[in-house]
Design a protein around this ligand. Structure first.
Ligand SMILES: C[S@@+](CC[C@H](N)C(=O)[O-])C[C@H]1O[C@@H](n2cnc3c(N)ncnc32)[C@H](O)[C@@H]1O
Length: 168
């Protein structure tokens, strides 16, 4: 196996352990209702998928939003969605592993994680994010941190989603 193949295998492995599942509009609205974002602050989505969370945050708060996404097909879809959204000037999509991102630059971070990455992600957040950073987490709890707020969306089918806000 050469270097390029090894790299591709590693990316596929990461995407299998943390796949794409879009947040519903009910969850996105509940998440954005939990926060205020000042004009000079920056919002990030770690694993931004189709970019919809970023577009909704940019529309609501008129702030700069950055999404990190490893899957090239989703990066393409997110870029198309952003282009059509009317807030393209406020949204940047970066094709990279979220674990390489410097989280210290962001004031508000949204993430819809999977259990497979919770511990590593929680450690990265604690290591890099300054005091005052707000982290919104869909459905899961960060390890070693206590949520400041917790809301549940109305049940659709069998499942109600939860949204937690952590303030460092
Ligand atoms: C559960 S989805 C959430 C998508 C979006 N944030 C939302 O809430 O609608 C997780 C996303 O993270 C991406 N992803 C998985 N591992 C990643 C990594 N290491 N770096 C960046 N993105 C990753 C997946 O491709 C997927 O789009």
């Amino acid at each position: 196996m050469d270097n390029a193949d090894a790299c591709e295998t590693a990316i596929v492995r990461r995407l299998v352990e943390f796949p794409f599942l879009p947040s519903s509009f009910a969850v996105i609205n509940a998440a954005l209702d939990m926060i205020e974002v000042k004009p000079n602050e920056v919002f990030a989505d770690l694993g931004c998928g189709d970019g919809i969370v970023l577009i909704e945050a940019a529309r609501r708060f008129n702030v700069f939003c950055v999404g990190f996404e490893l899957n090239p097909m989703l990066v393409k879809l997110a870029l198309e969605n952003v282009k059509r959204s009317g807030v393209g000037h406020l949204v940047d999509i970066v094709q990279t592993d979220l674990f390489t991102a410097d989280l210290s630059k962001f004031n508000v971070i949204y993430v819809y994680p999977f259990p497979t990455i919770i511990r590593r992600l929680s450690e990265k957040i604690v290591d890099e994010c300054p005091e005052g950073t707000r982290i919104i987490v869909h459905d899961y709890c960060l390890a070693g941190l206590r949520a400041t707020k917790h809301v549940q969306t109305a049940k659709r089918g069998l499942h109600a989603h939860s949204v937690r806000l952590y303030v460092l």
